[in-house]
Design a protein around this ligand. Structure first.
Ligand SMILES: *Cc1c(COP(=O)(O)O)cnc(C)c1O
Length: 400
C-alpha cells in the first residue's frame, strides 16, 4: 500500500481532505466551546455566534440573506430536503404533482425522484446530448400545467459537463412574465460546482441550491441548502425547530464552522485554482488521448469542470484500470464513488448515448490544487501500459 504521502490522489470529485485552516477553525468547537448553541446561558453564546457568523459568511458567498441558508448533514440531505420539501409543499397547496429533472443527475436526485413517484408524483427525466448537456428547450418542452419543480445539476460529477442552469432560469422568468409560469420552483445540485463555478444565487436565479462541504475541503457530513425567501417548503426533519423550523436537530457546530471557512476559501481561490487545475487537466487529457489508442474523452470538450478529465477506453473495464492504477499508487474513479463496486454501467454515460459495453470502460480523474504536473506525468507514464496489458489479457476483443 502506498503511504498517503506518495499517493497520487486524482479523485477530488469523490471527496477532498479537510484543509488545515478549516480544521483549525473547527477544533475549538469540539472542545473548549462545546455548548449547545440553543442554550440560554452565556457559555453558549460563543457557539451561537459561531453558527450565526458561518451563516453570514455563506450568505455572502451565495449573495443571499443569512436566513435563506440552512445547514444540513451533507449534499444528499440538502437535495432530499429541497426536492421533498418543495414537492410536498406544492402538492399540499394543490399546485400540481409534476417534477422535471434530467437523466444525468446524481443518485441523490434520481432516487429521491423515484421515491416521489412512489408517493404520487409524476417525474420527467429529460435526455441530454452526447456531451451530457441538457437543452433548455427540452426542459421547457417537458413542462406541463402540473409542473411544480425542476431540478438540474450545475455540473456533472462523472463527466464534468456544466449544465445551462442560468439559461433554464431565464426561460422560466420569460414564462413568468408572460403569465404562463405557475410558481415552478427551480433547484440546482451545485455540489460539484463549489470552488469551480460562480455560486451567486441571484445570477443563477434558482430557488433552491445544494452544497456539500467535503467536496470543497470542508468536513464530511456537513452541507448547505439555500432556500429563497418565500419558497414553499415543508421541513423533512422535524423536532426542536432549529434552523427556523426548516431543519430540526442540534446544530453540528464544528461542521458548520468548517463549512463556512471552506466555502470562503473555495471562493477566494476559485479563479486561481480553476486556472491551475485546467492546466493540469488539459495536460492529462492531451497525454491520454495522444498516447493511448482507443481512448475517448467523455463529457463536454469545453463546457466542463476545470478539474475533470473523464474517459472511456475501448475493450477494457474501467474497474480493472482502477486496480492497476491503485497498484501504482494512483487513486482515481470509474465514475461516481457511490456506484463503483456495483459494476452497473453509469446512467450518465448511457444517457450520453454510449452502449453498456463502451460505458464499462469509464475512468475519471478529478484534480485539485494540491496536485502537480509531475503527478500528471507520472500517471501518463503508467496508464498506457496498464491499458495495453489489460487489452492483451482479454484477447481479440481488445483490438475491436
Ligand atoms: C457528492 C455529491 C452529492 C452527495 O453529497 P454528499 O455530501 O456526499 O451526500 C450530490 N450530488 C453531487 C453532484 C455530488 O457530487
Amino acid at each position: 500500500m502506498p503511504s498517503p504521502e506518495s499517493l497520487v490522489y486524482f479523485d477530488h470529485a469523490a471527496t477532498t481532505p479537510v484543509h488545515a485552516q478549516v480544521l483549525e477553525a473547527m477544533l475549538p468547537y469540539f472542545s473548549r466551546s462545546y455548548a449547545n448553541p440553543n442554550s440560554i446561558y452565556r457559555f453558549a453564546q460563543e457557539a451561537r455566534k459561531a453558527v450565526d457568523d458561518a451563516r453570514c459568511t455563506i450568505a455572502d458567498v451565495l449573495n443571499c440573506r443569512p436566513n435563506e441558508v440552512i445547514f444540513t448533514s451533507g449534499g444528499t440531505e440538502s437535495i432530499n430536503a429541497a426536492l421533498r420539501g418543495a414537492a410536498f409543499a406544492s402538492m399540499r397547496a394543490g399546485v400540481g404533482n409534476h417534477i422535471v429533472t434530467t437523466q444525468v443527475e446524481h443518485h441523490a436526485v434520481l432516487h429521491t425522484c423515484q421515491m416521489l413517484e412512489n408517493l404520487g408524483f409524476d417525474v420527467s427525466y429529460v435526455p441530454v446530448d452526447r456531451y451530457g448537456m441538457v437543452d433548455p428547450a427540452d426542459i421547457e418542452g417537458a413542462l406541463t400545467e402540473k409542473t411544480v419543480l425542476i431540478s438540474v445539476m450545475l455540473a456533472n460529477n462523472e463527466i464534468g459537463t456544466i449544465e445551462p442552469v442560468a439559461e433554464i432560469a431565464h426561460l422560466l422568468r420569460r414564462r413568468d412574465a408572460s403569465g404562463r409560469r405557475r410558481s415552478i420552483l427551480f433547484h440546482t445540485d451545485a455540489v460539484q460546482a463549489a470552488g469551480a463555478l460562480d455560486l451567486d444565487v441571484k445570477r443563477l436565479d434558482v430557488d433552491l441550491l445544494s452544497l456539500s462541504s467535503h467536496k470543497f475541503y470542508g468536513p464530511k457530513g456537513s452541507g448547505v441548502l439555500y432556500i429563497r425567501r418565500g419558497t414553499p417548503f415543508n421541513a423533512q426533519i422535524t423536532g426542536g425547530g432549529q434552523e427556523r423550523n426548516r431543519r430540526s436537530g442540534t446544530e453540528n457546530v464544528p461542521g458548520i464552522v468548517g463549512t463556512a471557512v471552506a466555502l470562503r476559501r473555495a471562493e477566494e481561490h476559485r479563479a486561481a485554482n480553476s486556472a491551475y487545475c485546467r492546466h493540469l487537466r488539459d495536460r492529462l487529457i492531451r497525454g491520454v488521448l495522444s498516447t493511448i489508442p482507443g481512448s475517448h474523452l467523455t463529457g463536454h470538450p469545453e463546457r466542463r469542470l476545470p478539474n475533470n478529465a473523464s474517459f472511456v477506453f475501448d475493450g477494457v473495464e474501467g474497474e480493472s484500470i482502477l486496480l492497476g492504477l491503485d497498484f501504482q499508487g494512483v487513486a482515481a474513479s470509474s465514475g461516481s464513488a457511490c456506484s463503483s463496486g456495483s459494476l452497473e454501467p453509469s446512467h450518465v454515460l448511457l444517457a450520453t448515448g454510449l452502449t453498456a459495453a463502451a460505458a464499462s470502460g469509464a475512468l475519471r480523474f478529478s484534480l485539485g490544487p494540491d496536485n502537480t504536473e509531475q503527478e500528471v506525468d507520472y500517471v501518463l507514464s503508467v496508464l498506457p501500459d496498464i491499458v495495453q496489458q489489460l487489452r492483451s489479457m482479454s484477447g481479440p476483443r481488445a483490438t475491436a
